[in-house]
Design a protein around this ligand. Structure first.
Ligand code: IMP
Length: 196
């Protein structure tokens, strides 16, 4: 089965291909061209479907795998959430998103947060499968680590006792607990179910 990844985010591609590498029956295709898909503030699932449908038009014979994800902070009414990629502005850097979030949490002691990933598979017949994964933790007061991407340097997952951020972990460690790993586990079960 050929599955096209509906993303140009290099880090997401690395994580998704590593997590799915145990499935010998699928062939993951990374698109060579880029596609500008405005996300806006729709829901994760709508954004994922939008991405999948746009790529499906270009690759009608392929299964399309889309991921939409975000970081939700309890004390900020679940912001930045679905607009995580544009929290500090459309063209802002990861560092600017991090700075804005740390500033918003100044003097706030409840720093509970979770990452959410929706994984959506669209078949050539336009049938939809989706699954959701979460990773719970806390926003740190200072950033740490240089691995991963996005908000990883300020997110300390519960599984590592709030001692390390996702950016301190090895890719293997992050890929064994992450929101993306959990959502992709649902997809792996589904692929077994449909006998891929
Ligand atoms: P989107 O899924 O392309 O809309 O992007 C979601 C945004 O959430 C990314 O640009 C990151 O800023 C953030 N994000 C999603 N997953 C992760 C992750 O695993 N680590 C760090 N940040 C993430």
């Amino acid at each position: 089965m050929n599955i096209l990844l509906a993303t140009q985010n290099k880090r997401k591609i690395e994580e998704i291909t590593a997590i799915l590498s145990s499935l010998s029956s699928i062939n993951i295709i990374i698109p060579s061209q880029s596609l500008d898909i405005p996300e806006g503030d729709r829901s994760y699932i709508e954004n994922a479907l939008l991405k999948a449908k746009a790529w499906s038009k270009l690759y009608p014979d392929h299964y399309i795998l889309a991921d939409d994800s975000g970081l939700e902070v309890f004390a900020l009414d679940n912001a930045p959430g679905v607009i995580s990629a544009e929290y500090a502005g459309k063209n802002a850097t990861h560092q600017e998103h991090i700075d804005k979030l740390l500033l918003a949490l100044t003097d706030i002691t409840n720093r509970s947060a979770l990452f959410i990933s929706y994984i959506l598979l669209l078949s050539p017949q336009q049938e939809i499968f989706f699954s959701r994964g979460e990773c719970y933790g806390n926003i740190t007061t200072k950033q740490s680590g240089n691995k991963g991407f996005g908000y990883d340097p300020i997110f300390a997952p519960l599984q590592f006792n709030n001692q390390q951020t996702l950016a301190d972990l090895t890719p293997e460690q992050k890929n064994s607990i992450s929101h993306r790993y959990k959502a992709l586990t649902g997809l792996k079960d589904y692929l077994q179910y449909i006998k891929v």
